[in-house]
Design a protein around this ligand. Structure first.
Ligand SMILES: *Cc1c(COP(=O)(O)O)cnc(C)c1O
Length: 460
């Protein structure tokens, strides 16, 4: 027995338990209660000396584990920017997990390779990116940013005759890196990892929504340059002014990278065209599928206009790696072995179609507007323009805002996280899950307003 048990009954048991979990998600608090957390003690056992019954292992995982999950795949989770999972994505993931394919090379998985090609073509078409743009699937946008910026660094230095992969950065020509003041923490970390420095960057001032100010783009820069723009500021959802940024970059032969972890999906929604003008003219883009496209973790996508720029940075040589004429994933990402993340992306795109993706974006944005309107009319301050799926809220004082986030999380109807906006506490609400209904927003808004009243009375 390959699984050490009756495969059929074990997998059927898992399917039944998972189905029950999803079906009862709406009836439980979004964050686990104290009893569920205490019951995690069931895992504190010594490593068994001898083989155990896998059915009992699965039962323990479900009985102690399921109640101690955060119900982020349900309709009332608004923390961070975290999507749920479409049923078709979960189902495709199960089948693909049973296949256990290594997607590194075509010879290891023809089906993964074919779907990689199909999904790349679909994404380029759906997002309106330049024909020929290459895609690789990585753990998330943090890694997609790292991969894209490695390609950017190497291409810009190659342009002036420096081979980073052969010679490293010691003695290399200067590379200028420009970021917005509101760049995501993981993008800044990627610059550090790549030897470009977290602080050795030109930071462009941002406006009240966190957008890069085009009138503050530096004009004296020459030589190799990378500029990192953002589609979807992580608090406000704001988009940088891409037409200005792209024009600035073209004048300098600079590389434009876009962190579009959730916001890039706006390219699929014609009703967001006012935000996305110029966005497709960049050189590279990062986007998560595990956020707004609602596939299971982990799945980020790195898109690069000329896929040979990925190959320059990530080509690897070994005796057993014969060159192949087809696109070989492992020579285009920092990864070698990898699961075939494109399978769930393919399954969702095929199920939703172009119209369904556009509708997913429009719908989440409408729900964010609905939430903002409810909270505003109850006297809470909404700090951002609702251009996408993000809502930033503040109560009457900083103290009340902090207490509000805490009260909302403890009450359990929904879950919203804290953030700092312009140096002061705020509550952030992100509508990224496919399952969020108008009723979920209505119930959640009521819970937030009730919590705001309680903390208001307690603190004033
Ligand atoms: C979430 C996010 C990231 C990091 O993405 P991961 O998928 O967590 O690696 C980067 N940038 C932005 C704007 C994000 O929202």
């Amino acid at each position: 027995m390959p699984f050490g048990a009756d495969v059929k009954s074990l997998l059927a048991d898992a399917a039944e338990r998972a189905t029950r979990y999803v079906a009862t998600l709406d009836d439980r608090p979004v964050a686990p209660d104290d009893a569920a957390l205490a019951a995690l003690a069931a895992f504190d056992e010594p490593l068994p000396k001898s083989p155990q019954d896998p059915t009992a292992t699965l039962a323990l995982l479900d009985e102690a584990g399921s109640p101690a999950t955060v119900a982020s795949t349900g309709g009332r989770y608004f923390g961070f920017v975290v999507g749920g999972s479409f049923p078709i994505a979960v189902a495709a993931n199960w089948l693909a997990t049973a296949w256990d394919q290594n997607a590194a090379l075509p010879v290891m998985s023809p089906v993964a390779t074919r779907l990689h090609g199909v999904v790349t073509g679909w994404l380029v078409d759906l997002l309106g990116l330049p024909v020929g743009t290459g895609a690789v699937f990585v753990t998330g946008t943090a890694m997609a940013n790292t991969a894209a910026l490695a390609a950017a660094r190497d291409q810009q230095l190659a342009r002036v005759g420096w081979d980073v992969q052969a010679n490293g950065l010691f003695g290399a020509p200067e590379l200028s890196v420009v970021v917005g003041a509101n760049a995501h923490a993981t993008l800044v970390r990627a610059l550090g990892v790549l030897g470009l420095g977290r602080e050795r960057v030109v930071r462009v001032a941002t406006d009240e929504q966190g957008r890069m100010r085009a009138d503050r783009l530096p004009d004296a820069l020459g030589g190799p340059t990378v500029i990192c723009a953002q589609a979807g500021e992580v608090n406000t959802g704001a988009f940088d002014p891409f037409p200005d940024i792209v024009q600035w970059a073209r004048e300098r032969q600079a590389w434009v990278h876009v962190d579009g972890a959730f916001g890039l999906w706006a390219l699929a929604d014609p009703s967001r065209a006012h935000l996305t003008a110029g966005l497709a003219d960049a050189d590279s883009w990062s986007v998560d599928a595990h956020k707004w496209l609602n596939v299971p973790y982990d799945c980020g996508i790195c898109l690069v206009r000329r896929s040979e720029d990925l190959r320059r940075s990530f080509g690897a040589a070994a005796g057993y790696l014969a060159p192949d004429a087809s696109f070989e994933v492992m020579h285009h990402t920092p990864q070698a072995s990898q699961r075939a993340r494109q399978i769930e992306v393919w399954a969702v795109l095929r199920t939703l179609g172009r119209g369904g993706v556009a509708e997913l974006v429009t719908r989440s944005c409408s729900r964010a507007e609905q939430m903002a309107a409810k909270l505003r009319s109850a006297g809470l301050e909404v700090l951002n323009e609702i251009v996408l799926n993000q809502v930033l809220v503040r109560a009457a004082s900083d103290e009340q805002t902090v207490a509000l986030v805490d009260a909302v999380q403890r009450e359990g109807t929904c879950w919203c996280g804290p953030t700092l906006w312009k140096g002061r506490p705020a509550m952030r609400i992100s509508v990224s899950g496919w399952a969020t209904s108008e009723e979920d927003i209505e119930n959640s808004a009521q819970a937030i307003v009730a919590a705001a009243r309680t903390v208001g009375e307690a603190l004033s």
